[in-house]
Design a protein around this ligand. Structure first.
Ligand code: SAH
Length: 456
């Protein structure tokens, strides 16, 4: 059992709280801020943190993020053209400007923090005042004169849910979105997997055994406590991840509710792909930008890897996905790691299972409480076909879309117990050594393996 709290002083602040008042003022004849309830202290601090330019600079310079939004807007240009858009939390107004340039008739750019003042100037400087209406206030308090066709928002915090901004988007959806309207992003999935990170553990904990020749082991218990009591935001690589990820939660923004957001519990069960010490669990997310009709991309919550591979495969190359996975290009979200105080040794194919609950903190709904249980670690009778090649699984030279498919394919091969020789021979002359280090596999071969896996 590993309870963990995301509190206000953790390293988890994409926004750094600083105290000062966040005023709210409307500025448009067509729309404005109604009788706003006074901000609660936690919201005042939260919005204050967004009045600092540094946060917006970090987000905008995150090209993976900003490009994904730009691409998604352009992909949906036909839907956006001539329509009314609501940008929930417009910040500097960048997404509103993208939408206006994509042909939106009108964009309501709502921002509760002081950066709204600059957003308005940016809109003016780009000659978009006829299209973009900046409203300085909380989306919960604004009055619009019309319903909207599109809601766009960049609401994701660390570990997806941190900051609890999603309920504001859901509020806007229920109040202002026309039936059949578009929500960008439309779907979000939070993944989790056990990770090994010996360097990090040695650097933070074992380090104290010998410091300049001084035995400082007395600090080891403190170091373990310090390392494990708060989630750590850091970038790990695919090689740190020792099982296929489990889906912690799949959110369909067209249907999800703020009530569901309050507390989410998921059972997980994964199988280690190698003999390694587990140092904790890593979490990362991806968001998709689909229309309401494509809501069937749902990941099952029972974490069946075969189902996940099939769902991922159904994605067309035109689908825009913003991924923060360890094997993908790093983003400012990095990954969130929950470290154990002590590592747990696991063997290949060993099952790791338990449950995780993520809930909004009662004292401050912007923060999260995380409760992670690793209730059962047991060794299965080892499978007869130990495919060592799967141990180096994350980095591949093949295209984005198929990488996951191929990885999953190897995994399910093991589960299905497909004989070693057979899977080797399927790979046409690619030796195990080569596979171990490079996964040089052609697209066709990966497709073929996937096909085999499904029909074996
Ligand atoms: N859309 C911008 C900023 C994203 S950060 C961009 O993509 O660069 C999220 C922004 O939403 C912050 O500026 C924050 O102050 C704002 N925000 C969060 N909750 C809000 C709410 N309920 N009403 C209005 N603005 C909100």
């Amino acid at each position: 059992m590993l309870p963990s709290h995301l509190n206000g002083h953790s390293a988890l602040g994409r926004r750094r709280p600083r105290l000062s008042a966040a005023a709210a003022s409307g500025d448009s004849a067509a729309a404005g801020v109604g009788a706003a309830a006074p901000l609660e202290e936690h919201d005042r601090i939260y919005f204050q943190s967004y009045s600092h330019l540094g946060i917006h600079e970090a987000m905008i310079k995150d090209r993976v993020r900003t490009d994904a939004y730009h691409t998604a807007i352009m992909c949906h240009q036909k839907f956006i053209e001539g329509k009314v858009v609501l940008d929930v939390g417009c910040g500097t107004g960048i997404l509103s400007v993208f939408c206006a340039r994509a042909g939106a008739k009108r964009v309501y750019a709502i921002e509760a923090s002081e950066i709204a003042v600059q957003a308005r100037e940016i809109v003016k400087a780009n000659n978009l005042i006829d299209q973009v209406v900046v409203i300085h206030g909380r989306v919960e308090d604004v009055d619009l004169e019309e319903k909207v066709d599109v809601i766009i928002s960049e609401w994701m915090g660390y570990m997806l849910l941190y900051e609890s901004m999603l309920p504001s988007v859901l509020f806007a959806r229920d109040k202002w979105l026309k039936p059949g309207g578009l929500i960008l992003p439309s779907h979000a999935t939070l993944f989790m997997a056990p990770i090994t990170n010996p360097e990090r553990y040695e650097g933070s904990v074992d380090f104290w055994h010998d410091v300049y020749g001084i035995n400082m082991s007395a600090l080891v218990p403190l170091a373990k406590k310090f390392t494990s009591e708060e989630p750590s935001i850091e970038t790990i690589g695919g090689e740190n991840v020792i099982s296929w990820p489990a889906v912690f939660k799949h959110i369909d923004c067209y249907n999800f509710t703020a009530e569901e957001f309050k507390s989410i519990t998921t059972k997980y069960k994964v199988s280690s792909m190698m003999l390694a010490p587990i140092h904790g669990f890593g979490f990362w997310f991806e968001v998709e930008f689909n229309g309401p009709a494509e809501s069937s991309h749902n990941f099952p919550s029972n974490l069946d890897p075969l189902e996940i591979i099939q769902k991922k495969r159904r994605r067309s190359s035109e689908d825009t996905v913003l991924s923060t996975a360890p094997e993908d290009e790093p983003t400012h979200w990095q990954q969130t790691i929950l470290y154990f105080p002590d590592p747990i040794e696991v063997k290949q194919d060993q099952i790791i299972e338990g449950s995780v609950t993520v809930s909004q903190s009662e004292e401050n709904p912007r923060f999260l409480n995380i409760h992670l249980e690793c209730t059962s670690i047991r060794t299965l009778a080892s499978l007869p076909y130990a495919l060592v090649l799967v141990q180096q699984h994350r980095r591949t030279d093949i295209g984005e879309g198929l990488r996951h498919a191929m990885n999953w394919c190897f995994y399910t091969f093991i589960v299905a117990g497909v004989p070693c020789q057979r899977s080797y021979s399927l790979q046409k002359g690619i030796g195990s050594e080569e596979l171990k280090t490079g996964f040089q596999i052609s697209l066709m071969e990966a497709e073929f393996l996937l096909f085999m896996q499904i029909f074996v």
